[in-house]
Design a protein around this ligand. Structure first.
Ligand code: ZN
Length: 169
């Protein structure tokens, strides 16, 4: 496993549309491991392949408090969106920033797992928000595009404040 560099806003790659994964190869398995490691290292709850420079439709997510529920979603598609939630959102590609985004409060999504099985997942609250945010990355959309008003700078040096901030996706 290895840490990968996270691309930051301004990198044109983040604005491109990612291509479907055709086959679960060793390279894809390694990418999944690296993305999870990179996501945990950066204290994120989600990461999309284009954020590490790979234009493939693949995201990793873990919204558990102790980082014990890793999910790798390959070729994910949102099937259903219900309800609405408005709250703070951040992104590892836009460090130190936060914005208010309205997302569905519940989504049902379909994806392929690392064993090649097509699976469905239903998520509420943070998981629903995270799935929407990460899948947007696969189409070159950043949360700045859908945030209400300008993003705000949040302090990265004040530990107490950091705990109150939204978890970065
Ligand atoms: Zn993001």
């Amino acid at each position: 496993m290895a840490l990968r560099n996270i691309r930051l806003e301004g990198d044109p790659l983040l604005r491109k549309t990612s291509k479907p994964v055709k086959e679960i190869t060793d390279r894809i398995r390694t990418l999944a491991e690296d993305m999870l490691e990179t996501m945990y290292d950066a204290n994120g709850v989600g990461l999309a392949a284009p954020q590490v420079g790979i234009l493939k439709r693949m995201v990793t997510i873990d919204v558990s408090e102790d980082g014990t529920e890793p999910m790798v979603m390959i070729n994910p598609v949102i099937l259903e969106r219900d309800g609405e939630q408005t709250g703070p959102e951040g992104c590892l590609s836009l460090p130190g920033l936060q914005g208010t985004v309205t997302r569905p409060s519940h989504v049902k999504a379909e994806y392929t797992d690392l064993d090649g099985n097509r699976c469905t997942v239903e998520g509420d609250d943070l998981l629903a928000r995270c799935i929407c945010h990460e899948l947007d990355h696969l189409d070159g959309v950043l949360y700045r595009d859908v945030a209400e008003g300008p993003l705000v700078q949040v302090s990265a040096s004040d530990d107490e404040k950091e705990e109150e901030e939204a978890e970065e996706e």
